[in-house]
Design a binder for this molecule. Structure first.
Ligand code: SF4
Length: 382
């Protein structure tokens, strides 16, 4: 009788991941590049095909650990780096097939113009990659030389043709402005040249002098100096040319044709949780954030020995996450709920009066001019 009572008692379903929300965004960091550009502060280095293959085996082990620990139903998957398009096809195939069946609606691969072959492009498509983000940076050979980039402008056109031939329609082109020696005329020509290639998405980033890079040292030594006025003029040039060509600025550095906004980055900007695989990759789940140590050798060694990759972890608070969402939200055209800053109504009104912000349907957003000052304005509210 007691047994019958026990078995007929209503059982609550067991939650295998107590307290955790499903993670919707995955990032995979490949640290390999053909050469290291002098302005780059990402965790990157060169490597042989054999090193890339053992790195991919370690990634597979990390993926195995993560999926046993977290509820994951990825809507977006982003292969970034580094240069993931450098990975040998057999290794990339193993990785992509292991991550499948992803439930993603968007899978992006970062590529550099000289690393794309018809064979690779066709395989990426077949493996479910729908979006390629191409590191073009400039169409001016002198600017490319300053940036230490190996490709030439003609490589960009050839690569776009190869990608389109393979069926890619959703292509992003990354550009940089504010480069030493880059004139406004050169920037304008690059923008016009890229618009003529009609990618679905264009990212236009201002060069930043990151610590521990040769560019940072050159600036510290007085070889180069930042020219804020020129950078502001370049931002405005990008905004007006791209908007006139049908690209909508939906974040301070990002422009897209309608419906081609990057869902993965939008997830970050809205403060969603994400998991990052690979050395140097960040993850944020709930109130935990960690970064895998920036060391490929130790990453591979730990996982091959059945251990977690070395990490650094920090605890977050609801307040920190709220501030991050506010700061990131102000950089986007979505803006933020006005309720988040209601306590600072006077400041908000002043910004609206200066044409730097607008308020509609309970949403507070910065205008394109206001986005130029997004970080400073966010500082008023956090
Ligand atoms: S190719 Fe990109 S990721 Fe690699 S070193 Fe240059 S800027 Fe950094």
């Amino acid at each position: 009788m007691a047994l019958a009572l026990l078995s007929s008692a209503r059982r609550e379903p067991i939650d295998p991941y107590p307290g955790l929300e499903t993670v919707r965004h995955l990032y995979v960091h490949t640290p390999f590049c053909a050469t290291v550009c002098p302005y780059c502060a990402f965790y990157v280095h060169t490597g042989s095909a054999a090193e890339m293959r053992s790195f991919v085996e370690a990634l597979l082990l990390e993926w195995d650990r993560l999926r046993r620990t977290y509820p994951i139903a990825a809507r977006t998957l982003y292969f970034g780096g580094g240069t993931p398009s450098l990975l040998p096809l057999d290794a990339f195939r193993r990785l992509a097939e292991a991550l499948r069946p992803w439930e993603s609606v968007e899978a992006t691969l970062e590529a550099n113009p000289r690393t794309v072959t018809p064979e690779k492009a066709a395989a990426w498509r077949e493996l479910g990659i729908g979006r390629v983000s191409l590191g073009v940076q400039s169409l001016d050979p002198a600017v490319l030389r300053t940036l230490g980039r190996r490709h030439r402008p003609r490589d960009v056109e050839r690569t776009m043709a190869v990608l389109r031939e393979a069926g890619f329609e959703n292509i992003n082109v990354d550009l940089i402005f504010g480069v030493p020696g880059q004139s406004i005329a050169s920037w304008k020509e690059t923008l016009e040249g890229v618009i003529a290639m009609a990618p679905a998405h264009i990212s236009a980033y201002e060069l930043t002098y990151e610590e521990d890079t040769p560019f940072f040292e050159a600036r510290a030594a007085g070889v180069w100096r930042e020219d804020e006025e020129r950078s502001i003029a370049m931002y405005r040039e990008a905004w007006s040319l791209l908007e006139a060509a049908g690209y909508r600025q939906y974040e301070i550095s990002n422009y897209a044709r309608p419906g081609r906004e990057c869902l993965h980055n939008q997830g970050y900007w809205m403060g969603d949780d994400y998991l990052g695989l690979g050395p140097g990759a960040f993850s944020t789940v709930g109130l935990r954030r960690w970064q895998n140590r920036r060391h490929t050798g130790r990453y591979v060694a730990a996982l091959s020995a059945g251990r977690e990759p070395p990490r650094e972890e920090e605890g977050l608070s609801e307040e920190v996450r709220r501030r991050e969402r506010l700061m990131l939200g102000l950089r986007t055209s979505r803006g933020i709920p006005y309720s988040w800053i209601e306590g600072e109504a006077e400041r908000a009104r002043a910004l609206i009066g200066q044409g730097l912000a607008e308020l509609s349907d309970g949403t507070f957003r910065l205008t394109p001019e206001g986005r130029l000052l997004a970080d400073g304005i966010a500082g008023l509210f956090v």
